[in-house]
Design a protein around this ligand. Structure first.
Ligand code: DAT
Ligand code: MG
Length: 140
């Protein structure tokens, strides 16, 4: 696979629980390179752009409110196949269904219907990665 870059977010639940280092450790242990790491407070404008594909869905507003609830660790990681590769490390969207061995499967908890609190985000395609890296790291 090609060398590529992806946007990873340690969401506010992960930062609050002190799991930023654990997520970075797993990215590096897999052999990917950290290109940029920055703790940021997301804004409504940034999240509207980041989650534009989900606008209008029932979980959209709770997701945005959750993402505004504290700082997010934004990461650009690089490596061969890192876009699907990080999605594999992250595991399924719902932490209850995510396989053991994955970030969400090992560390994620399901509080009722709060599926949005699933610790991490990873870009899902080369197009999303380029768009999302531009949003979170305009200087890169
Ligand atoms: P992923 O983060 O695995 O790419 P996604 O892009 O479909 O998942 O959704 C973005 C985020 O929205 C996801 O991380 C958590 C939240 N979400 C998705 N589906 C949800 C649902 N059915 N209920 C609550 N939150 C949901
Ligand atoms: Mg997604």
């Amino acid at each position: 696979p090609a060398v590529e870059r992806t946007l990873v977010l340690v969401k506010p639940d992960g930062v609050r629980r002190g799991l930023s280092g654990e997520v970075l450790r797993r990215i590096e242990a897999k052999g990917y390179t950290l290109v940029a790491v920055e703790l940021k407070q997301a804004t409504t404008e940034l999240l509207a752009a980041h989650y534009a594909e989900h606008e209008g869905k029932p979980f959209y507003q709770p997701l945005v409110d959750f993402m505004l609830s504290g700082p997010t660790l934004a990461v650009v990681a690089e490596g061969q196949g890192v876009i699907p590769g990080f999605r594999s490390l992250a595991g399924a969207t719902n932490p209850t269904e995510a396989a053991p061995g994955t970030i969400r499967g090992d560390l994620g908890r399901d509080w009722g219907l709060k599926v949005q609190q699933n610790l991490v985000h990873g870009s899902d395609s080369t197009e999303s990665a380029a768009r999302e890296i531009g949003l979170w790291f305009p200087g890169l």
